[in-house]
Each structure stands twice: as C-alpha cells, then as structure tokens.
Design a protein around this ligand. Structure first.
Ligand code: ZN
Length: 201
C-alpha cells in the first residue's frame, strides 16, 4: 500500500496528513485566488515532515464560481465557496499524477461539515472511489476524517499548534481576508480548541 493525500494547506488536510503520515502529498493550483498561500503552506508543512510533495498547476479559473474564483456564483451554487465539481476535479488531477508514482490509496481531508456540499458526503467518496477503481491504476479514494468535526480531527491527530498555525484557510486571498467562510471557520475552530488567536493573527 502506497498512500497519498490531497493537501490544500487548510487545517483539515494538514491535520489529516499529520495524523496519517502519507507517503506522498499533492497540492493543486487550479486557479483559485488563494493558490499561492495554499501552495506555500503545504510546501512548508511537507518539508518539515519530509513528505515528498507534488504541486500540480492546472489553470481552471475560467470554470470556477464564487469566492474561490473571484467570479460571480454559478446558478447552482449552494454557498459562496462552491466550485462546480471541485472535489471530482481535484481528485482526478491528483490521481493522474498519483498512479504514475505507484500510489494505491488517495486520502481526502473531508470532514463532517463538508457534507453541506454534495461532493463532501460519504456517498460521493464511495462513488468516486468506485469509479477510480474501475480504471487503470485501481486507485482507492477515502476520507478518513469524514465523520469527524474539524475540532475532533485536530484533537485526534495530535497536531501541535505551531504546525496548525501554518494552515491557510482563506478562500478569497493569499492574505487572510478575515471575512469569508474559510477564515470564519479557521478562527472559530482555533477559538473552540483554545488556541491563542492574538498570537496567530
Ligand atoms: Zn478569507
């Protein structure tokens, strides 16, 4: 078994990687506004843990929606941070590289609250894993933290606060805007688990 993780540099995927220690990590610059910060956070984290890290650049800006793309929301958007087929897209790009490296299992940092989007549900993960396993490479997709809240994942992972502070969660900018769904979640969760927010801001 050779494992890979889809690492966005946000606190969910960073905590998952700390917890599960994958063999390889993949970060995708798909044209999201915060790509540079996500790549920087993921790169620092992987360097610190000596995890081989692949950054894939695939410009999908023209196909984005809402906050992450700096575009008008698509008519189907259930929330401001929705991007059409985002997880399906990211999994496919990571998988294209992963099977060339012999990866057999690809992990997603999906947590319980992601279930508000259809591509954050257990049904979605099972379906896309089934779809991948039908194809060359026989990749299995799983989301080990899908039944946990972000807070529970952080606690179970045992990630130290100075590592978590590297996470980049803003959807709109490389410098945290302090007022998007990603930033709100970041500060809410850190407050919940009792980290010193003034030190991190
Ligand atoms: Zn923000």
């Amino acid at each position: 078994m050779k494992t890979g993780v889809l690492l966005s540099g946000g606190m969910d995927s960073i905590s998952l990687a700390w917890w599960k220690k994958p063999d390889i990590a993949f970060t995708i610059n798909y044209g999201q506004l915060a790509a540079a910060a996500e790549v920087a956070a993921s790169t620092s984290f992987c360097k610190h843990l000596s995890i081989p890290h692949f950054v894939l650049d695939v410009d999908c800006r023209a196909l984005g929606s809402g906050d992450m793309a700096g575009a008008k929301a698509n008519i189907h958007a259930p929330a401001s941070d929705w991007w059409p087929y985002r997880n399906q897209m990211l999994i496919t790009f990571a998988a294209m590289k992963a099977i060339s490296l012999g990866v057999t299992h690809l992990w997603l940092g999906t947590v319980r609250s992601d279930g508000s989007h259809s591509d954050g549900t257990i049904e979605f993960v099972n379906a896309i894993s089934g779809l991948m396993s039908l194809q060359e490479g026989g990749l299995t997709i799983s989301a080990p933290a899908i039944e946990l809240s972000t807070r529970e994942l952080i606690q179970i992972s045992g990630i130290p606060s100075d590592m978590l502070a590297w996470a980049h969660s803003c959807h709109k900018s490389n410098v945290p805007c302090g007022n998007c769904r990603g930033c709100n979640k970041y500060f809410e969760v850190l407050g919940e688990i009792g980290y010193d927010l003034d030190r991190l801001r």
